[in-house]
Design a protein. Structure first.
Length: 308
């Protein structure tokens, strides 16, 4: 069973989550896996996947970014955290915790959607040994699936910011559209541009004025990266995934694209990969990657790009 986890970020903010940790030694360093959630998805959503990794021999850390789930403040009105805070402060705190609390153990990271961007923003990202991402991108609207782009723009770039102005935060939980979300994150999503560094990140930009220096941090990552995208993901299209991968220029990168029919399923989508029904078909792909750094034999999907 997982235990509760509470950390304090460098700026004093409290970060909550859960920890799956083995008590016994296996004779050699056991990897610890950190899971970076998608935008406004509670870390609890990944609990079954964390249990799967734990049963396979890994220690696992789940955590929520500030403003979400276990890391939500008393009120979100006026709370202006954004994507940069999630990377520079929150993920950085988790990395430092893993490095100290699991001393000598390799640190692997699994990142869903915006979680892939968050990796690059943390100063200690050089500690990461292997990376697996699912649908990782930063929501640049021109990369949305062409046949759904207008609907996505209406929902996420019109309705979402208007509701955020009205409430002081995005009331996503009431609508069944993700979790309630800080206004700074909404701003980052809505204003996202082709180059992450060209996006205005509000108060985050003022707190971290060296935007180019932040982008340079991506080059500190030298962990081999497996990026999966699925053909029915309206956000994680090939251009979107490749756009983000381009920032990790010192990491060997493999982009594997999977169609639902290749595993005899009608759909996977942007959020479906971590559903437990895919334990026997999809979950074995990241398990093999985190274990050996290789794609398993007879792996589903097609390799789009690889510089390994």
């Amino acid at each position: 069973m997982p235990g509760p986890l509470t950390l304090v970020a460098g700026d004093g903010y409290s970060i909550g989550g859960f920890l799956w940790r083995h008590s016994e030694s296996i004779g050699e360093p056991r990897p610890v896996v950190i899971v970076n959630p998608a935008t406004s998805v509670r870390c609890r959503y990944y609990s079954r996947f964390a249990a799967f990794l734990f049963e396979a021999g890994f220690d696992v850390i789940l955590y929520d970014y500030r403003g979400i789930g276990e890391s939500r403040p008393a009120t979100l009105r006026g709370f202006d955290a954004g994507w940069i805070d999630w990377g520079v402060q929150d993920f950085e705190a988790v990395l430092q915790y893993a490095d100290h609390a699991f001393s000598g153990q390799p640190i692997h990271v699994i990142a869903h959607s915006i979680g892939g961007l968050i990796i690059g923003l943390a100063e200690s990202n050089h500690l990461i040994r292997r990376i697996f991402t699912m649908g990782a991108q930063f929501a640049y609207w021109r990369d949305y699936a062409a046949d759904q782009r207008l609907q996505l723009l209406a929902k996420w770039h019109l309705a979402m910011p208007l509701l955020t102005v009205a409430f002081g935060y995005f009331p996503g939980k009431k609508l069944g559209w993700l979790e309630d979300t800080p206004k700074g994150v909404v701003r980052d999503w809505v204003l996202s541009r082709a180059r992450f560094e060209d996006t205005w990140h509000g108060r985050s930009t003022l707190r971290y004025p060296g935007k180019q220096a932040l982008v340079e941090r991506f080059a500190s990552v030298n962990a081999p990266t497996l990026a999966i995208s699925v053909t029915d993901d309206e956000f994680g299209t090939i251009p979107a995934v490749e756009r983000l991968l381009g920032y990790f220029r010192n990491s060997s990168r493999t982009h594997l694209r999977i169609a639902p029919h290749s595993i005899a399923e009608p759909a996977i989508g942007h959020f479906g990969f971590f559903h437990s029904k895919f334990e026997r078909t999809l979950w074995r792909v990241p398990l093999e990657w985190l274990t050996s750094g290789k794609l398993e034999p007879n792996c589903p999907g097609t390799v789009i790009t690889s510089d390994r």
